[in-house]
Design a protein around this ligand. Structure first.
Ligand code: SAM
Ligand code: SF4
Length: 325
């Protein structure tokens, strides 16, 4: 078991498989991908991923989320999903994507064993969506989400980063979207990173204002299990889907942390906003899980109680495409 000195248990690995992204989300990569031309060459190989996931699974990891950058830019994504799913101990394989390749590639991802899908959709208005992401792709992405339902993907979620001026007036649209769809739409409070300070200050919206509006409309908070992670979820008897809130600035957000992250070049991120990250790639060159497990156990023991966002310190994280959110 991976447990830290605050008795938090880590059963969930978020694995970035590339730092490269094809979108230009205004809060993340407004000028496009900022990695060098050889960034793809730094990505962990399939063998390295297999060894990494096996070591995590032996220490109690049950869920792997594949993220990025944009993970669907990797041609071997079905192989990555398949190897995660085949790892003894791993029960759930999830993917976070901008949805760009959903319509074309989802059948292959599903056949490889994908259980859960999170798609980022920050606006349901095509013009605003393009303004935020730099791409006129909303319709195509919504078609991909409908396909996910048809294919019977067990868990389908939309991630929407809450932003003043871009979507803070769109709560009613978001709520209407889940009326007849078995989708969870999760609003994520905008987080400050090294690169987005001015944007953060101008556009951050406090999630409590959304919760107050949900509650006034009869939405009720679901009871969370002890190891459920930091998202809060709301349900309503008149709706097939639900609404989630991820509020990293709320009190005690970090107390329910259940996740560890590994970057696409093999660095362990104990926290999204840690100041430094140690690489474990050198331990992934042979089929020997014990040194990887020892590294993880020692590192996790030193995990901090909370992030430093309240002090305006995003650590070494320039933007979340570096590690996958
Ligand atoms: N490219 C994929 C995507 O957009 O879904 C995966 C990587 S992206 C970094 C993962 C998630 O982090 C997305 O839902 C994105 O909206 C969110 N994100 C990125 N930067 C953020 C920020 N500064 N604050 C809050 N969420 C952010
Ligand atoms: Fe790319 Fe995702 Fe960042 Fe948007 S949020 S720029 S899709 S990594």
């Amino acid at each position: 078991m991976l447990t830290d000195s605050y008795q938090r248990r880590f059963t969930y690995l978020r694995l970035s498989v590339t730092e490269v992204c094809n979108f230009r989300c205004n809060y993340c990569l407004p000028d496009g991908t900022d990695c060098g031309p050889d960034a793809r060459a730094q990505d962990l190989t399939l063998d390295e991923i297999r060894r990494l996931v096996a070591a995590f699974a032996r220490l109690g990891t049950r869920k792997v989320r594949i993220t990025g950058g944009e993970p669907s830019l990797r041609k071997d994504l079905p192989d990555i999903i398949r190897l995660c799913k085949a790892t003894p101990g791993i029960e759930t394989v999830a993917l976070t994507t901008n949805g760009y390749r959903l319509s074309q590639d989802l059948p292959a991802w599903k056949a490889a064993g994908l259980d859960a899908l999170n798609v980022s959709v920050d606006s349901l208005d095509a013009a605003r969506f393009e303004m935020i992401t730099g791409h006129d792709k909303l319709t195509k992405i919504l078609d991909g989400l409908a396909l996910a339902d048809e294919l019977g993907i067990e868990s389908i979620k939309i991630n929407s980063v809450l932003m003043r001026e871009y979507n803070d007036d769109a709560l009613d649209d978001f709520i209407a979207f889940v009326r007849d769809r078995r989708i969870t739409l999760r609003m994520i409070e905008l987080m400050q990173t090294g690169d987005n300070q001015a944007f953060f200050e101008r556009h951050h919206v406090d999630g409590d204002t959304v919760i107050a509006r949900l509650t006034a409309q009869g939405w009720q908070e679901k009871i969370r299990s002890r190891h459920a992670g930091p998202a809060r979820e709301f349900w309503h008897p008149g709706y097939a889907g639900s609404i989630g809130m991820i509020m990293p600035y709320s009190k005690d957000f970090c107390a329910s942390c259940n996740r560890l992250r590994v970057s696409s070049d093999g660095k362990l991120f104990l926290c999204l906003f840690a100041d430094a990250h140690q690489s474990l790639r050198h331990l992934l060159q042979a089929d020997e899980p014990e040194p990887v497990m020892a590294f993880l156990q020692e590192a996790v023991a030193g995990k901090s109680a909370t992030h430093g966002l309240h002090q305006g310190n995003p650590g070494a994280t320039r933007q979340l495409a570096m590690i996958g959110g």
